[in-house]
Design a protein around this ligand. Structure first.
Ligand code: 3PG
Length: 208
């Protein structure tokens, strides 16, 4: 699947921090049941890789990738466990658009964006979106960088997601709000499905 095909699946990519591998499958199923099918498991916990592997194998309808991918070796590791994509908070030195899995790199400035373009990328995570200028920064990037589309992430939530999704250069947004830590810990999968359903109803725009 190409990066564009993945980013177009749903308006919101849940950013997941999984501490207990036993949570991976019910969490994935709860999100897919609510209509969010592209799931980003952050590589921040010891069970992240195992959680990706389990979700890939057991959560029907999910497109599972990894977040917090910081090195070329981590990108390769995502491919090795069957992940469909990788997300990084920044540009990974030496990494290009072509690679073992599609990569969505983070940028916060025009200079970083231009370095990403030089490496073949045209889709970026604006990160941290609300601090890196938010909606106004994305509006300002639209004219000089007409081929570029974004998935703003970081400080995006149920209140402001629609403002981002209304922009022509935003394909989808990412955020952790659809899988609150307390709901995951207590196994409140019904609440997570309800949050996912609301998020999935937000409008999405196809990349031009
Ligand atoms: C992250 O890296 O944790 C993501 O950008 C999610 O940010 P959020 O918790 O503000 O949604």
């Amino acid at each position: 699947m190409t990066l564009d095909e993945i980013l177009m699946q749903a308006p919101v990519i849940p950013v997941l921090i999984i501490d207990d591998v036993a949570h991976a499958v019910p969490l994935g199923r709860a999100l897919v049941a609510g209509g969010l099918t592209v799931l980003e498991i952050t590589m921040r916990t010891p069970v992240a890789s195992a959680s990706i592997e389990r979700m890939v194998g057991e959560v029907e309808g999910a497109i599972v990738g990894a977040g917090t991918v910081l090195t070329p070796a981590m990108r390769q590791a995502v491919a090795d466990v069957g992940g469909a994509f990788a997300v990084s908070p920044g540009l990974i030195e030496g990494e290009r658009a072509d690679g073992p899995v599609p990569l969505l790199p983070g940028i916060a400035t025009a200079t970083e964006l231009m370095a990403g373009l030089a490496a073949g990328f045209e889709r970026f995570k604006l990160f941290p979106a609300n601090i890196a200028g938010g909606v106004e920064a994305l509006k300002a990037f639209a004219s000089p960088f007409q081929q570029v589309k974004f998935c703003p992430t970081g400080g995006v939530n149920a209140k402001n997601a629609a403002d981002y999704l209304a922009l022509p250069n935003v394909v989808c947004v990412g955020g952790s709000w659809v899988a609150p830590a307390d709901a995951v810990r207590s196994g409140d999968w019904g609440r997570i499905t309800a949050l996912a359903r609301e998020a999935a109803a937000l409008r999405q725009r196809a990349p031009a």
